[in-house]
Design a protein around this ligand. Sequence first.
Ligand SMILES: Nc1nc2c(ncn2[C@@H]2O[C@H](COP(=O)(O)OP(=O)(O)OP(=O)(O)O)[C@@H](O)[C@H]2O)c(=O)[nH]1
Ligand SMILES: [Mg+2]
Length: 425
Amino acid sequence: MRAALVGVDFGAGDFNAGLEELSLLAQSAGAEPITTITAKRGSPDPAYFVGSGKADEIGLACADGQIEIVIFNHALSPAQQRNLEKRLNIRVLDRTSLILDIFAQRAKSHEGKLQVELAQLQHLATRLIRGWTHLERQKGGIGLRGPGETQLETDRRLIGERVKALRARLEKLRKQHETQRRARGRSHTFSVSLVGYTNAGKSTLFNALTKAGVYVADQLFATLDTTSRRVYLGAEVGNVVVSDTVGFVRELPHQLVAAFRATLEETIHADLLLHVVDGASPVRMEQIEQVNLVLKDIGADHIPQLLVWNKIDAAGLAPAIERDEAGGIGRVFLSARTGDGLDLLREAIVEAARRAPGLRHLFGADAGADGDYALVVGADDADGDADADVEALLAAESGVSDGISDSISDSKSDSKPTSTNVGSR
Ligand SMILES: Nc1nc2c(ncn2[C@@H]2O[C@H](COP(=O)(O)OP(=O)(O)OP(=O)(O)O)[C@@H](O)[C@H]2O)c(=O)[nH]1
Ligand SMILES: [Mg+2]
């Protein structure tokens, strides 16, 4: 589908990098960007987002019939989108819809699909409601029982019912995740989540890390698109669980963040976040900020974070560990592609695991001091079933079970590891 891209420069951030990202997003959604139209404004025009003169310029660019869709690098109000479509006589997509569409295309698991559907319906619902009030105004409040309104009311009711059903279904799945996490908590397997801006190299790093371990077991512990594997990191720490998850983008639609809460909760409950950064990107600092915003949004900003400065091969840097003022590891420079610096990252994870509270008992030096298993069970264990906990722990330590083997059996479609990638390649 041939597309015209539209970006408005409000004088904030790196405008060109933003347009480049839009182009990648559009391609990820299956569109083919043909032309880009830019404008400079102080604030959005209420009717068309751009000025009416600029709107006509966009119309002119589409006049020869080459362009099939116009994609804005911004969130448009329902009215702006409608006005533009009327004036240009062509389909107009905003950034939110574009991202939702990519999610819809990429979601593979049952839960992922439910989450995307919920987000899309909620997005649609706001448009239907506003469309209705718009009509209401046109008719001056008279003749409101007309067929148009009735249809809209029916649509809204159906959407409302579906949203309710989806929420209930997702809540049930969320509870299952929680049960699973508690089981995992008992065995105190140190868990590491890869987070980061889309395209930073999380999946590449995930594969490099998990393949490199002496002992690797495939594990899918979330039914959505979080893939996890156990990685053996030496005698001292033993196994850690590493998870690869959905990437973040600037202005991640809030419906999506809300709908993907269950997926992101795996991130919230990690012991350590590996924040993967594309060290070769000119806008890496902005991306780090964006990722931290999303992490704050989902309540994961309190988790210890290690910045993984990836793609040093492209940035011309050497593998290194950089310590912060307190002596803790702040950044690891590596290349997931060439494998340079991976050993440093493994060291850094071992060091973080060693420092993690509540995990010390697993390690030789502290086991004697802390002594008993009561401490091992952990503060977040609500059911008080200490015997079972000790059993689980012993089983875990002897390698019989690590507590994540009771995977969720929500649907047949969830039986294979899958992953959703948001964004661009
Ligand atoms: N030069 C270079 N490229 C890399 C490196 N690591 C990853 N890449 C490339 O970066 C692109 C994105 O890599 P992914 O691993 O898919 O990134 P991701 O963070 O999982 O992306 P999303 O799943 O979309 O969020 C791919 O083209 C990789 O080949 C690296 O160390 N050096
Ligand atoms: Mg990925």
